[in-house]
Design a protein. Structure first.
Length: 103
């Protein structure tokens, strides 16, 4: 029987491939529903924007629920991990570029 711990044992650096894949697959499946729901508050969000916002939103959600993953810890570490910070901020900016206000 394959367990979550076994699936999470495969890593790139300190990040579990399973978690990253599950996040992007979840966004792929939920993005049409999320885009539909956000149209009620007059925001048009494309599917590609949801992909860009996956990691920045995951960091935000982990902070809100108090679960600090390695990526969350590294993002808020003031003494290093600058490539990760630049990468996450770039993804956030690219994600925001694909959002438009519906008039």
């Amino acid at each position: 029987m394959i367990t979550i711990e076994f699936l999470r044992s495969f890593k790139i650096s300190e990040y579990a491939i399973f978690d990253l894949t599950a996040s992007f697959l979840g966004i792929y499946l939920l993005s049409p529903i999320l885009s539909y729901l956000f149209r009620f508050i007059k925001l048009d969000i494309q599917r590609v924007s949801w992909f860009y916002l996956t990691l920045p939103l995951s960091i935000l959600i982990h902070v809100l629920v108090g679960k600090y993953t390695p990526m969350t810890k590294y993002f808020f570490d003031p003494s290093g991990h600058y490539l990760l910070k630049i990468f996450i901020i770039t993804l956030f900016i690219l994600g925001l570029r694909g959002i438009s206000i519906i008039k």
